[in-house]
Design a protein around this ligand. Structure first.
Ligand code: SAM
Ligand code: SF4
Ligand code: F3S
Length: 438
């Protein structure tokens, strides 16, 4: 009998994509996805543990589902993802409304885990596995929410253990997916009309390092030849794995977007060392210079973390200076949050919350100013835009993204939806561009 599934997702693009995989997998097993939790027979919450705030969000949501379960006792509630992996069975004890806890390596087992949870409360599946067949299902094409673009997992896990980060604890060791599976998935997506793929991995450019398969730049070159795929992006890359081959790919490949997301975290060598990031500020700047030489129009985006233990005013100013020097086209900025199980949480020199917040505000203000200036520099240019359809905020206009990943709203024929269209940029806003189809 058909059952209704409601899925709620927190966290990064990997988690969003995991939810797309869960939706595809359960749709094959007699579940139908609903947008209404009250209609659901099964509610799954895909959680994130990266910062304290992320944990508060899913906990407060589960609080609301407790009331729902009181009115509908046959409802099954499952908690999965990174926070589930970390908190494990404790979640069952804390929250009587939860029936099932599944970790980041248990996703493909969900159909049987849900069957089991229907017969007894308290099913827990948290084992890590390095078995490729348990981790990647070659027959599963995830259900993308966008008709024109899709994510493709190429690797999972992380072996770098930055001292602030829970990901190696929640996602386990680095594992790369076989290249044939990735290429088959890209071909299947192209046949469905997908034009843009974003390759996903926590350190995506470490792809192929362990198993001696294809290095990442060769995978990019192979994907560049898939008919119908007009754009390739990838996230998140790590500076340690930016190779000559990857820089060359920016020079040669036809479909690789002029965009590199390269998290730097800090502009201070002292902080980078304590974060265990494995590169210096100078090495980072040298990579940016080489990539820009290979692809002058490239947009560099980054992640920055301020208020790390022991970060002095001088260290923080080195981060501001790096921001001015590199001129990131966009940045995800975060205030440091202590995470149980990480090394930095044990450091004695944690900074007061007030300093973390104040530095975050200063960082944001500078990035906003730089981003706006970068946007203004595009006015007058003609950019190829992958048109997604009508703008959500201004339905009389169309919306899409440039190769540099900037959102553009523009006047044009709605029939352009799903195509790559040239758009003249006429206006710059702090976070987006405006224009008209040419
Ligand atoms: N793998 C990516 C990399 O190497 O940069 C990052 C993955 S992480 C999911 C995304 C971002 O969250 C990080 O780049 C970092 O800036 C931020 N982050 C990670 N741990 C954090 C913490 N404890 N507090 C605040 N932000 C954190
Ligand atoms: Fe976390 Fe560092 Fe791994 Fe990125 S590289 S996922 S920040 S441990
Ligand atoms: Fe969060 Fe896990 Fe992603 S901790 S940021 S959902 S890898």
């Amino acid at each position: 009998m058909e059952k209704y599934l409601y899925l709620e997702t927190f966290g990064c693009q990997m988690n969003e994509h995991d939810s797309e995989k869960i939706a595809a997998l359960l749709s094959r097993n007699d579940y139908r996805v609903t947008q209404n939790p009250r209609q659901a027979d099964v509610i799954l919450v895909n959680t994130c543990a990266i910062r304290e705030k992320a944990e508060q969000k899913y906990l407060s949501l589960l609080g609301r589902y407790r009331e729902l379960k009181e009115t509908k006792p046959e409802l099954l509630i499952g908690v999965g993802g990174c926070a589930a992996q970390q908190n494990g069975e404790a979640l069952l004890r804390q929250m009587p409304q939860v029936d099932l806890v599944f970790g980041t390596h248990s996703m493909l087992k969900l159909p049987s885990l849900l069957d089991e949870a229907a017969t007894r409360r308290g099913v827990v599946s948290l084992d890590f596995t390095t078995d490729l067949a348990d981790r990647f299902d070659s027959t599963l094409i995830p259900l993308s929410r966008h008709p024109t673009r899709a994510y493709v997992t190429v690797m999972e896990g992380c072996d770098l253990f930055c001292t602030f980060c829970v990901v190696p604890l929640t996602r386990g060791r680095e594992i790369s997916r076989p290249p044939e599976q990735i290429l088959d998935e890209a071909r299947a997506l192209a046949e469905r009309g997908v034009k843009e793929i974003t390759l996903l991995g926590q350190t995506v450019n470490a792809y192929g390092r362990r198993r001696g398969e294809m290095p990442f730049h060769e995978l990019l070159a192979a994907l560049d030849e898939v008919p119908g795929i007009a754009r390739i992006r990838f996230t998140s890359s790590h500076p340690r794995y930016v190779t000559d081959g990857l820089i060359e790919a920016y020079r040669r490949l036809k479909h690789l977007c002029p965009h590199l997301h390269l998290p730097v975290q800090s502009g201070s060598d002292r902080v980078l060392e304590r974060m265990h990031r494995r590169y210096s500020r100078e090495e980072y700047a040298a990579i940016v210079a080489r990539v820009r030489e290979a692809r002058p129009d490239i947009a560099i985006t980054t992640d920055l973390l301020v208020g790390f233990p022991g970060e002095s005013e001088e260290d923080f100013e080195a981060t501001l200076a790096l921001m001015r020097e590199v001129r990131f086209s966009d940045a995800y900025t975060f205030a440091y949050s202590e995470r149980g199980g990480t090394r930095a949480a044990e450091f004695a020199d944690q900074l007061p919350e007030k300093i973390r917040k104040e530095r975050l505000a200063r960082l944001l203000a500078l990035q906003k100013a730089i981003g706006f200036e970068e946007n203004r520099s595009r006015v007058g240019c003609v950019e190829d835009v992958l048109v997604e359809g009508r703008s959500k905020t201004r339905p009389e206009k169309l919306a899409g993204r440039t190769g540099q990943n900037k959102i553009v709203t523009f006047a044009g024929d709605p029939a352009l939806a799903g195509t790559l269209a040239p758009v003249r940029i006429l206006q710059a806003f702090p976070n987006s561009l405006g224009g008209e189809a040419v």
